[in-house]
Design a protein around this ligand. Structure first.
Ligand code: SF4
Length: 505
């Protein structure tokens, strides 16, 4: 789809307008240049008068059909030109979305929102002490979010505040993410740092050496400055793809190096791939009192698992789930994906029926997203996926199923190129929610990332401003540079928490 935009000349408009247009059309190219054979021409007029922005838009298609929209908004609370532009951009997006909705007859349930964390907007309203009723009104007016999604946002925010009542006061604590970049094989949709583990023992050994070093140094810094840890999350990759002995040493390091591990609210280990789970590894998890694990079926259809490169059977998922249960694992999460290649309502129904026999404590329902760097996106024609309407119906099915089984939504996030412009939702039985998932989604505190591909998100305890710092994604670069990455991170943390850096030998 080719669109010409007239009446705007600031290049910063192009990307956000493209993101909105992509909600309606496969792939859109937007340009300010007058070119022949454009599918649509959009004429904007933008008037900023004092603190009011007034946008008028007119859409013209090749058949001569027209749509128009107007929007007026007070600009408020901005400190910089960049912040002011964001509000102007939202006003232009508002008129743009209205025209495209009218022209296509398609309603975007998330309105003009294309970002990852819509619930943050609702939290912001809560922190400003605005009632839910007014928050709904304001968010609907400003972003064109539908009532259905506003209700979901409210439900999630209420659940999060019930689980973490001090959510807005945790900025002086941190959570820790530990990335283990190995998996038995690479899944087709994956863009995580995940390297096939077979034949890489040398690389695994050096990586773990670096990781232990990072844990020791960061742990010492936390102890020195009396900074508490709220949650710890071992992700990756698959953290259970290393051996039981390596896991044992890693958790011992955590207990030795991190402050007051017994008071950490939650420790999760992703055991995502059932083919990595053994009795010995579960023994290690029990020994170190790991509260929460994930065993991820994604689908209970064998052909699908094969098509997406997961070399385990559906029976193995069930078997490992029962093994974990029999060994006393009381908080198990399972991930499912809606819209996997070749899957529609019958396949998803089967997966839900199988899930019903297991009833894990929490269930994360993802909608497939075509991430740019994944094998699936590179060979898109090989993977046939359901259409927008069927995806939407499967999402509704998941909502009904979780409700009927007493699961409640407690976090959500969205991704670019997600099928049907939907979302990923974490559901949980009451009291079994993952606190780390709430922390990572709502960005209320610093998350220190250790290990390969781990990204640290530094949240300023006073202003809430977020700075990111990424460790290298591949084990080789990590192994060569972990000391300098650790030092740099510690310096940034010291600055953030306004303390003096201390390095240990
Ligand atoms: S198990 Fe997870 S991290 Fe590993 S390849 Fe598959 S999607 Fe990626």
């Amino acid at each position: 789809m080719y669109l010409t935009i007239k009446g705007l000349d600031d290049e910063r408009f192009i990307r956000p307008l493209e993101l909105i247009a992509n909600l309606f059309f496969e792939e859109t190219t937007i340009s300010f240049k007058k070119e022949e054979n454009r599918d649509l021409i959009i004429q904007f007029s933008l008037d900023i008068n004092g603190n009011t922005v007034y946008v008028k838009g007119k859409l013209l298609d090749q058949a001569g059909n027209e749509e128009s929209a107007e929007y007026e908004k007070e600009l408020s609370g901005y400190q910089t030109e960049k912040e002011q532009f964001k509000q102007v951009k939202n006003a232009v997006s508002h008129a743009f979305l209205t025209m495209l909705q009218n022209w296509t007859g398609m309603i975007q349930k998330w309105g003009i929102l294309t970002g990852v964390r819509p619930t943050k907007l609702m939290h912001r309203k809560m922190q400003e002490k605005i009632s839910f009723e007014s928050a709904h009104k304001q968010l609907k007016e400003e972003y064109l979010i539908t009532d259905e999604k506003l209700k979901l946002m409210q439900q999630i925010v209420e659940r999060q505040l019930a689980v973490v009542p001090d959510l807005y006061e945790l900025r002086n604590e941190v959570s820790i993410y530990i990335g283990i970049p190995f998996c038995p094989t690479k899944c087709a949709y994956c863009t995580f740092p995940a390297y096939a583990i077979n034949g890489r023992q040398g690389s695994v050994d050096s990586f773990l050496g670096g990781l232990h070093y990072e844990m020791r140094q960061v742990g010492r810094w936390l102890k020195t400055h009396n900074i508490k840890v709220t949650t710890v999350y071992f992700g990756g990759g698959t953290p259970t793809s290393i051996t039981a002995e390596e896991m044992d040493m890693l958790y011992e390091e955590m207990y030795t190096s991190f402050p007051d591990v017994s008071t950490i609210r939650e420790i999760t280990v992703e055991a995502g791939r059932p083919d990595t789970i053994t009795k010995e590894k579960l023994d290690v998890l029990k020994k170190w009192k790991i509260d929460r694990i994930s065993i991820n079926p994604q689908s209970h259809i064998q052909e699908t698992l094969k098509a997406i490169g997961r070399h385990h059977t559906v029976e193995e998922t069930v078997e490992k789930f029962h093994l974990a249960r029999s060994m006393g694992m009381k908080n198990i999460n399972m991930d499912l994906i809606i819209g996997l290649p070749g899957e529609g309502i019958p396949e998803f129904t089967h997966t839900l029926n199988e899930t019903e026999k297991l009833l894990p404590e929490s269930l994360t329902v993802h909608t497939l997203s075509f991430k740019r760097a994944s094998e699936m996106t590179k060979n898109k024609e090989k993977y046939k996926v359901a259409d927008r309407q069927e995806i939407s119906l499967m999402m509704e099915q998941a909502e009904e199923w979780t409700k009927a089984h007493d699961y409640h939504p407690y976090y959500l996030y969205r991704q670019k190129n997600i099928l049907g412009n939907l979302e990923n939702v974490g559901y949980s039985l009451k009291g079994q929610e993952s606190i780390y998932n709430i922390m990572i989604m709502e960005e209320q505190q610093t998350i220190i990332g250790l290990g390969c591909g781990a990204s640290s998100k530094l949240v300023d305890p006073k202003s809430g401003k977020i700075t990111r710092f990424a460790n290298p994604k591949d084990p080789k670069t990590y192994n060569e540079n972990y000391e300098s990455y650790t030092n740099e991170k510690i310096n940034m943390l010291s600055e953030l928490f306004n303390v003096k850096t201390t390095f240990a030998n």
